[in-house]
Design a protein around this ligand. Structure first.
Ligand SMILES: Nc1ncnc2c1ncn2[C@@H]1O[C@H](COP(=O)(O)OP(=O)(O)OP(=O)(O)O)[C@@H](O)[C@H]1O
Ligand SMILES: [Mg+2]
Ligand SMILES: [Mg+2]
Length: 626
């Protein structure tokens, strides 16, 4: 992130004095490094507030380390410590105990304006450039509810099967922290705009096997509220603040305490992300910070389940990955059980979790819990949502994830796992890319995309497209920067260019190896958009396959001296071995590929010819000689 230009904000925050009338305009640094060390005043402000950090409800001050790196370091540390962690899949239950979890999910709504001001909600702009006077609580400024924020909010609540409330209200929730200039957050709590929802999770969503085929989790309510400023911690107790995020509309989705397994909790958050993306309600997913989860955890002995009374809950705030949700719940469950088994009591408290840790850590206890002094906001009237709006949004909602996954499986022959991955990647944009790619591919292959593709060969090009969308595009991001995927489903590899590559591959006009090289060429910009075929021409990359006779000759050569290997095929034919020796077959194919002109050979053809030579020539000869 670039440096936060503090000059204007400092003036306001420290002296209450501000010059500009509308938005706070950022000033670019005069030269790099000139303002890198913060002024005494900023330091004073930061340290004065440092103690407050420990009681503030949300501080997103963690320095950003790539997830992959964090996980690697975590694995290394575990290996070094000699402690082998139990796999999460084997750690869903503890005999004699029942776990209960309720989740609060905060999601940034996809709107152009903030909740109570007309400032833009763009996050990639220069820090502190999208800040209206109300957003920094300028005395005299007032909230102006932006009705358009209701559109994604209501769509999200409908996707969660909630009852939309005709009248809802905003309250002030008071606490003091630097990321909240007014000293209170405007939120709905007592009269939210949506209640009584439900989310259904299936086995394919990744719920714990103990939950069977499906589990329903109730949604207590969905409320609208303001986001806080973004804090970036710097060395020496200095914090940089970006007020672009202040006042951005959020929804808080609160589930009932009806989840009993850690994997099911993670699956619920994943599904909520997918649902919000499918109705276009949310800007980005967890990996990009658009979704954050707080998990509430309690345990009770199985013999106490019949009493209906839950154990005391603790809350772990601000989890930012699905894995963190599952890991933190497991760690907290085990901690609570250990406390109770040692004869202690679980205290209601707020706890924190950082990636790679093995336990949750206490942030504040119940006695330290802030009294939020909720009160109705006198500057805001009730929000009235008419049936016409609800009806219109319900009618125009589009396909939700479950029917879409069903369709992907039935129509294109995808596995449930691949369908789910496609839906989740790039917060729903990867599947849009897949549809664009498939449309172009269908058109080039002359396939009527509206017709049912029931045969296996009908699925073949779709499966090829899925495979490349998931795995080959995925490989590009492993080694290099991101794909630059837009919400509409276009990226650095235009779908039309990938369609051209896959068209030639599907028609067996190029090899898979050449196709992969072309993909890199397009990604790096070496091949300009629309010029895939020209690149194949220019570099003489067309596949000129050797003849069947050539393949047969290579097969004969590969089989020479391999009597023992051929014996394995004979054993299978005679029923002495149960499984076909596929590994041995591929060994022989490998030999063929190494001796022949690889760029003119197709491994699938080599395999086919080798298999038929074994069956029709060599085995007959072997049988005859016995
Ligand atoms: N005994 C319990 N065990 C586990 N979860 C619980 C238990 N009791 C309540 N919960 C869950 O705790 C969550 C409470 O969230 P809610 O937003 O209503 O209150 P809060 O956490 O006090 O407020 P906030 O954190 O927003 O200031 C819900 O998801 C609920 O299901
Ligand atoms: Mg809450
Ligand atoms: Mg909470």
């Amino acid at each position: 992130m670039s440096r936060v230009p503090t000059a204007e904000l400092r003036r306001y925050l420290l002296t209450g004095h501000i010059r500009c009338r509308d938005c706070l305009r950022a000033r670019l640094p005069r030269s790099p490094g000139t303002t890198a060390s913060p002024s005494r005043q900023t330091r004073a402000f930061a340290s004065q507030n440092a103690t407050i950090a420990s009681i503030a409800p949300s501080v997103s001050a963690a320095p950003v380390t790539p997830l992959r790196k964090q996980l690697k370091e975590q694995a290394k540390a575990l290996k070094a410590s000699g402690t082998k962690k139990k796999r999460n899949a084997d750690n869903q239950t503890v005999p004699g105990w029942e776990l209960t979890v309720g989740i609060e999910i905060h999601a940034q709504l996809n709107t152009a304006r903030k909740l109570f001001s007309a400032a833009a909600t763009s996050f990639n702009d220069i820090p502190n450039s999208n800040v209206a006077l109300f957003d920094v609580a300028m005395p005299g400024s007032q909230p102006i509810f932006q009705p358009e924020t209701l559109i994604p909010a209501v769509r999200a609540a409908l996707a969660l099967n909630c009852a939309i409330q005709p009248v809802s209200r905003f309250d002030r929730k008071h606490y003091f922290h630097w990321d909240q200039p007014a000293g209170y957050q405007i939120t709905q709590y007592y009269e939210p705009f949506a209640r009584d929802g439900r989310i259904t999770l299936y086995a394919r969503d990744g719920i714990a096997p103990e939950d069977g085929d499906r589990v329903d989790v109730g949604i207590k309510q969905v409320q609208m509220e303001q986001d806080t400023a973004k804090t970036t911690a710097q060395p020496g107790e200095v914090h940089w603040l970006d007020f672009n995020r202040v006042g951005v509309p959020l929804i808080e989705i609160i589930t009932l305490p009806q989840i009993h397994h850690p994997a099911t909790a993670a699956a619920l958050v994943r599904k909520v992300q997918m649902l919000l993306a499918s109705v276009d309600a949310c800007v980005s997913g967890m990996e990009a910070g658009g979704l954050r989860a707080d998990v509430n955890v309690s345990v009770r002995r199985t013999e106490d389940v019949a009493t209906g009374k839950l154990g005391t809950r603790t809350e772990i705030k601000n989890l930012s990955s699905f894995k963190a949700v599952e890991d933190a719940i497991i760690a907290e469950r085990d901690r609570q059980i250990a406390v109770l088994e040692a004869g202690g009591v679980v205290e209601g408290e707020t706890r924190g979790w950082s990636l790679g840790s093995t336990g949750t850590r206490r942030l504040r206890g119940k006695e330290g819990e802030v009294d939020y002094r909720y009160m109705p906001d006198p500057d805001l009237g009730p929000v009235v949502i008419g049936d016409d709006l609800v009806g219109h949004l319900a009618a125009s909602m589009g396909v939700l994830p479950d029917p879409e996954i069903d369709m992907l499986i039935a129509r294109y022959g995808l596995s449930a796992k691949d369908a789910l991955s496609l839906m989740l990647l790039d917060n729903g944009a990867r599947i849009q890319y897949f549809y664009r790619l498939l449309d172009t591919l269908d058109e080039r292959l002359g396939i009527d995309s509206s017709a049912e593709l029931e045969t296996r060969s009908g699925h073949r090009h779709a499966l090829l497209a899925v495979n490349w969308c998931l795995h080959e595009l995925g490989k590009l991001t492993e080694l290099s920067a991101d794909l630059g995927m837009t919400p509409e489903g276009e990226c650095k590899v235009p779908s039309a260019d990938l369609a051209a590559i896959l068209y030639h591959l599907h028609k067996r006009e190029i090899t898979a190896k050449v196709a992969k090289d072309l993909l890199w060429g397009v990604f790096r910009g070496d091949i300009t958009s629309g010029a895939v075929s020209e690149a194949i021409n220019a570099n003489d990359l067309w596949f000129q396959e050797i003849s069947e006779q050539d393949y047969a000759a290579l097969a004969d050569q590969a089989v020479e001296g391999e009597a023992k290997v051929l014996g394995e095929f004979l054993r299978f034919k005679q029923g002495k071995a149960k499984a076909y020796p596929q590994g041995k077959l591929m060994f022989l194919v490998g030999k063929m590929m190494r001796t022949g002109p690889e760029e003119r050979m197709d491994p699938a053809s080599a395999e086919r010819v080798m298999r038929s030579r074994i069956e029709e020539v060599y085995l007959l000869a072997l049988e005859g000689s016995k």
